[in-house]
Design a protein around this ligand. Structure first.
Ligand code: SF4
Length: 83
């Protein structure tokens, strides 16, 4: 029996990927490959405090992007350091 909590987790893993041409993505200058953006300075979604993907995940939820997943290798200008 999975229960509600595991159903929610599964749902988060299966969020549709945020499209780079989505207005929400454009508003924060989101890119799928942080290496292509000098501004990222080596930071990625994977080491952003707003990223909720699992360790080692390729993509996962972001606290400021509702209902969509972002790439772990991605980046946007709302990037925030982990405390
Ligand atoms: Fe990635 Fe962080 Fe921007 Fe979300 S806030 S898209 S996790 S860099």
């Amino acid at each position: 029996m999975g229960g509600l909590a595991s159903t929610r987790l599964r749902a988060a893993d299966e969020l549709p990927l945020l499209a780079v041409d989505d207005p929400v993505a454009k508003a924060v200058k989101y890119v799928e490959d942080a290496k292509k953006v000098k501004e990222a300075e080596g930071n990625t979604c994977a080491n952003c405090s707003l990223y909720n993907g699992k360790d080692g995940s390729v993509q996962g939820p972001c606290q400021i992007i509702k209902g969509k997943a972002v790439k772990a290798a991605g980046w946007c200008n709302a990037w925030a350091p982990q405390m």
